[in-house]
Design a protein around this ligand. Structure first.
Ligand SMILES: [Fe+2]
Length: 269
Protein backbone atom coordinates (compact mmCIF):
# COMPACT_ATOMS: atom_id res chain seq x y z
CA UNK A 1 0.00 0.00 0.00
CA UNK A 2 1.25 3.49 -0.83
CA UNK A 3 1.96 5.59 2.28
CA UNK A 4 -0.54 8.47 2.62
CA UNK A 5 2.24 11.04 2.10
CA UNK A 6 3.17 9.36 -1.20
CA UNK A 7 -0.38 9.44 -2.57
CA UNK A 8 -0.06 11.68 -5.60
CA UNK A 9 -1.65 15.09 -5.88
CA UNK A 10 -3.07 15.45 -9.40
CA UNK A 11 -1.65 18.05 -11.74
CA UNK A 12 -4.21 20.12 -13.58
CA UNK A 13 -3.38 23.15 -15.64
CA UNK A 14 -6.39 25.08 -14.33
CA UNK A 15 -5.26 25.12 -10.73
CA UNK A 16 -1.52 25.63 -10.55
CA UNK A 17 -1.96 27.91 -7.53
CA UNK A 18 -3.82 25.15 -5.70
CA UNK A 19 -1.15 22.69 -6.75
CA UNK A 20 1.56 24.87 -5.22
CA UNK A 21 -0.50 25.22 -2.02
CA UNK A 22 -1.10 21.44 -1.82
CA UNK A 23 2.61 20.79 -2.43
CA UNK A 24 3.61 23.25 0.30
CA UNK A 25 1.22 21.53 2.70
CA UNK A 26 2.68 18.09 1.86
CA UNK A 27 6.23 19.39 2.35
CA UNK A 28 5.31 20.94 5.71
CA UNK A 29 3.57 17.75 6.80
CA UNK A 30 5.92 15.01 5.57
CA UNK A 31 8.89 16.72 3.90
CA UNK A 32 7.90 15.13 0.59
CA UNK A 33 5.26 15.67 -2.11
CA UNK A 34 4.28 13.60 -5.13
CA UNK A 35 2.35 14.97 -8.08
CA UNK A 36 0.89 12.84 -10.87
CA UNK A 37 0.53 13.65 -14.57
CA UNK A 38 2.96 16.57 -14.56
CA UNK A 39 3.81 17.53 -18.17
CA UNK A 40 7.25 16.62 -19.54
CA UNK A 41 8.10 20.21 -20.26
CA UNK A 42 11.39 21.68 -19.04
CA UNK A 43 10.02 25.22 -18.74
CA UNK A 44 6.95 24.14 -16.71
CA UNK A 45 9.08 21.91 -14.48
CA UNK A 46 11.55 24.71 -13.66
CA UNK A 47 8.79 27.28 -13.34
CA UNK A 48 6.90 25.13 -10.84
CA UNK A 49 10.03 24.31 -8.83
CA UNK A 50 11.01 28.00 -8.70
CA UNK A 51 8.06 28.47 -6.32
CA UNK A 52 10.06 26.47 -3.77
CA UNK A 53 13.65 27.63 -4.28
CA UNK A 54 16.38 28.48 -6.77
CA UNK A 55 17.18 25.73 -9.30
CA UNK A 56 20.93 25.05 -9.09
CA UNK A 57 23.16 23.95 -11.93
CA UNK A 58 24.50 20.44 -11.51
CA UNK A 59 27.88 20.78 -9.80
CA UNK A 60 29.59 17.76 -11.35
CA UNK A 61 30.23 17.05 -15.00
CA UNK A 62 27.91 18.71 -17.52
CA UNK A 63 27.32 15.77 -19.83
CA UNK A 64 23.91 14.97 -18.35
CA UNK A 65 22.64 18.53 -18.56
CA UNK A 66 19.30 19.09 -20.34
CA UNK A 67 19.78 21.24 -23.46
CA UNK A 68 16.72 23.36 -22.56
CA UNK A 69 17.85 24.24 -19.02
CA UNK A 70 21.19 23.77 -17.29
CA UNK A 71 19.48 23.15 -13.93
CA UNK A 72 17.91 19.93 -15.21
CA UNK A 73 19.99 16.79 -15.11
CA UNK A 74 18.71 14.16 -17.51
CA UNK A 75 19.12 10.55 -16.41
CA UNK A 76 18.83 8.23 -19.36
CA UNK A 77 20.70 5.04 -20.15
CA UNK A 78 23.00 4.96 -23.16
CA UNK A 79 25.55 2.33 -24.03
CA UNK A 80 28.53 4.61 -24.72
CA UNK A 81 27.85 6.78 -21.64
CA UNK A 82 27.47 3.68 -19.47
CA UNK A 83 30.82 2.33 -20.76
CA UNK A 84 32.50 5.63 -19.83
CA UNK A 85 30.82 5.45 -16.41
CA UNK A 86 28.87 8.70 -16.91
CA UNK A 87 26.70 8.85 -13.80
CA UNK A 88 23.57 9.94 -15.71
CA UNK A 89 23.86 7.12 -18.25
CA UNK A 90 24.54 3.97 -16.23
CA UNK A 91 22.20 1.07 -15.47
CA UNK A 92 22.05 -0.94 -12.25
CA UNK A 93 20.89 0.20 -8.82
CA UNK A 94 21.86 3.46 -7.06
CA UNK A 95 22.27 3.37 -3.29
CA UNK A 96 20.38 5.95 -1.25
CA UNK A 97 22.13 9.33 -1.19
CA UNK A 98 21.56 13.09 -0.87
CA UNK A 99 21.56 15.51 -3.74
CA UNK A 100 24.84 17.45 -4.22
CA UNK A 101 26.24 16.06 -0.97
CA UNK A 102 29.34 18.29 -1.04
CA UNK A 103 27.56 21.59 -1.60
CA UNK A 104 27.46 24.11 1.23
CA UNK A 105 25.09 25.45 2.34
CA UNK A 106 23.01 22.32 1.90
CA UNK A 107 20.52 22.54 -1.00
CA UNK A 108 17.06 22.64 0.52
CA UNK A 109 15.09 20.49 -1.92
CA UNK A 110 15.58 17.79 -4.52
CA UNK A 111 13.07 16.97 -7.23
CA UNK A 112 12.66 14.37 -9.93
CA UNK A 113 10.22 14.11 -12.79
CA UNK A 114 9.71 10.70 -14.39
CA UNK A 115 9.44 11.62 -18.06
CA UNK A 116 9.28 7.99 -19.19
CA UNK A 117 9.16 5.16 -16.65
CA UNK A 118 10.66 2.78 -19.23
CA UNK A 119 10.36 -0.98 -18.93
CA UNK A 120 8.10 -1.94 -16.05
CA UNK A 121 7.68 -5.64 -16.86
CA UNK A 122 10.83 -6.94 -15.16
CA UNK A 123 10.79 -8.71 -11.77
CA UNK A 124 10.40 -6.37 -8.75
CA UNK A 125 13.66 -4.55 -8.05
CA UNK A 126 14.68 -4.37 -11.73
CA UNK A 127 12.27 -1.67 -12.90
CA UNK A 128 14.20 1.35 -11.61
CA UNK A 129 11.75 1.78 -8.71
CA UNK A 130 12.55 4.87 -6.63
CA UNK A 131 13.90 4.19 -3.14
CA UNK A 132 12.96 6.98 -0.73
CA UNK A 133 14.12 7.19 2.88
CA UNK A 134 13.11 9.56 5.66
CA UNK A 135 16.30 9.70 7.71
CA UNK A 136 14.46 10.22 11.00
CA UNK A 137 12.73 6.83 10.47
CA UNK A 138 16.16 5.22 10.18
CA UNK A 139 17.34 6.93 13.41
CA UNK A 140 14.20 5.85 15.27
CA UNK A 141 14.78 2.25 14.19
CA UNK A 142 18.47 2.39 15.20
CA UNK A 143 17.47 3.65 18.64
CA UNK A 144 14.93 0.84 19.01
CA UNK A 145 17.32 -1.89 17.86
CA UNK A 146 20.50 -0.58 19.53
CA UNK A 147 19.38 1.44 22.57
CA UNK A 148 22.71 1.31 24.40
CA UNK A 149 24.89 2.04 21.37
CA UNK A 150 22.62 4.63 19.77
CA UNK A 151 24.05 7.87 21.22
CA UNK A 152 27.63 6.83 20.36
CA UNK A 153 26.59 5.98 16.78
CA UNK A 154 24.99 9.39 16.30
CA UNK A 155 28.11 11.07 17.78
CA UNK A 156 30.23 9.27 15.18
CA UNK A 157 27.96 10.42 12.36
CA UNK A 158 28.20 14.02 13.60
CA UNK A 159 32.03 13.94 13.32
CA UNK A 160 33.74 15.01 10.07
CA UNK A 161 35.11 12.23 7.85
CA UNK A 162 36.93 12.34 4.48
CA UNK A 163 34.52 12.49 1.54
CA UNK A 164 35.16 11.23 -1.99
CA UNK A 165 35.54 14.04 -4.54
CA UNK A 166 37.06 16.59 -2.15
CA UNK A 167 40.08 17.07 0.10
CA UNK A 168 37.86 18.48 2.81
CA UNK A 169 36.09 16.55 5.52
CA UNK A 170 32.35 16.58 6.19
CA UNK A 171 30.07 15.06 8.81
CA UNK A 172 27.39 12.70 7.49
CA UNK A 173 24.84 13.96 10.04
CA UNK A 174 24.26 17.58 11.04
CA UNK A 175 21.90 19.41 13.36
CA UNK A 176 18.98 21.28 11.82
CA UNK A 177 17.88 24.67 13.14
CA UNK A 178 14.32 23.63 12.39
CA UNK A 179 14.58 20.18 14.06
CA UNK A 180 11.23 18.94 15.36
CA UNK A 181 12.53 16.15 17.60
CA UNK A 182 15.73 14.34 18.55
CA UNK A 183 15.68 12.05 15.48
CA UNK A 184 15.24 14.95 13.11
CA UNK A 185 18.85 15.25 11.88
CA UNK A 186 20.10 16.37 8.50
CA UNK A 187 22.05 13.80 6.45
CA UNK A 188 24.49 14.26 3.59
CA UNK A 189 25.36 10.98 1.97
CA UNK A 190 27.29 10.19 -1.15
CA UNK A 191 26.43 6.87 -2.78
CA UNK A 192 30.04 5.64 -2.65
CA UNK A 193 30.98 7.03 0.80
CA UNK A 194 30.88 3.72 2.65
CA UNK A 195 33.07 1.96 0.05
CA UNK A 196 35.44 4.94 0.11
CA UNK A 197 35.78 4.88 3.91
CA UNK A 198 35.89 1.11 4.41
CA UNK A 199 39.67 0.74 3.97
CA UNK A 200 40.08 3.32 6.77
CA UNK A 201 37.66 1.55 9.14
CA UNK A 202 40.39 1.12 11.75
CA UNK A 203 40.85 4.88 12.09
CA UNK A 204 37.27 5.97 11.38
CA UNK A 205 34.71 4.53 13.74
CA UNK A 206 32.16 6.30 11.56
CA UNK A 207 32.34 3.29 9.20
CA UNK A 208 30.52 1.12 11.74
CA UNK A 209 27.96 3.89 12.38
CA UNK A 210 27.43 4.29 8.64
CA UNK A 211 26.89 0.55 8.26
CA UNK A 212 24.24 0.67 11.00
CA UNK A 213 22.58 3.63 9.28
CA UNK A 214 22.67 1.83 5.91
CA UNK A 215 21.11 -1.28 7.44
CA UNK A 216 18.31 0.75 9.10
CA UNK A 217 17.85 2.61 5.82
CA UNK A 218 17.13 -0.63 3.97
CA UNK A 219 14.41 -1.52 6.48
CA UNK A 220 12.58 1.82 6.47
CA UNK A 221 12.94 2.57 2.73
CA UNK A 222 9.84 3.17 0.63
CA UNK A 223 10.20 1.47 -2.75
CA UNK A 224 8.01 3.43 -5.14
CA UNK A 225 7.54 2.60 -8.82
CA UNK A 226 7.10 6.07 -10.32
CA UNK A 227 4.79 6.35 -13.34
CA UNK A 228 5.53 8.55 -16.32
CA UNK A 229 4.47 12.07 -15.28
CA UNK A 230 5.15 11.56 -11.56
CA UNK A 231 7.01 14.46 -9.96
CA UNK A 232 8.51 14.05 -6.48
CA UNK A 233 9.78 17.01 -4.47
CA UNK A 234 11.54 16.28 -1.18
CA UNK A 235 13.39 17.95 1.67
CA UNK A 236 17.05 17.20 0.83
CA UNK A 237 18.15 17.36 4.50
CA UNK A 238 15.51 14.93 5.73
CA UNK A 239 15.03 12.52 2.81
CA UNK A 240 17.48 10.40 0.82
CA UNK A 241 16.82 9.00 -2.63
CA UNK A 242 18.12 6.10 -4.69
CA UNK A 243 16.77 3.55 -7.13
CA UNK A 244 16.43 -0.17 -7.65
CA UNK A 245 18.20 -1.72 -10.62
CA UNK A 246 17.56 -0.49 -14.14
CA UNK A 247 18.17 -2.77 -17.08
CA UNK A 248 19.82 -0.56 -19.69
CA UNK A 249 19.40 -2.71 -22.75
CA UNK A 250 18.66 -6.21 -23.97
CA UNK A 251 19.88 -7.81 -27.18
CA UNK A 252 17.21 -8.54 -29.81
CA UNK A 253 18.28 -10.30 -32.98
CA UNK A 254 21.85 -9.20 -32.45
CA UNK A 255 20.97 -5.54 -31.86
CA UNK A 256 20.66 -3.67 -28.58
CA UNK A 257 17.15 -2.62 -27.60
CA UNK A 258 17.49 0.41 -25.29
CA UNK A 259 15.28 0.98 -22.24
CA UNK A 260 13.52 4.31 -22.93
CA UNK A 261 13.47 5.24 -19.22
CA UNK A 262 14.14 8.96 -18.71
CA UNK A 263 14.12 10.96 -15.49
CA UNK A 264 14.86 14.65 -14.96
CA UNK A 265 16.26 15.84 -11.66
CA UNK A 266 16.67 19.32 -10.23
CA UNK A 267 18.26 20.50 -7.00
CA UNK A 268 16.96 23.67 -5.33
CA UNK A 269 18.98 26.01 -3.14
FE1 LIG B 1 20.69 11.62 -6.92
Amino acid sequence: MTEPFLQPISWTEASEQQLVAATRAALANAGIARIARFPSDAWRFINFLSMFGTPLRYYGDEVGTHPADAAIWRIKYDIAGAKRGDAHAVDGPLSVHSSQSLRMPRPRYFSMLMVNSGWQDRPAGENGESVLVRWSDAFKLMRMQMPTEYDALVDQLLKPVPFPGTNETRSVAYRLDSADHEFDLGIRLKGDLLEFLRPTAASHRAVHALECLASATRTVAHVVPLASGDLVLMDNDRWGHGREAVVGHVMREGKPLINPRELWSVTLG
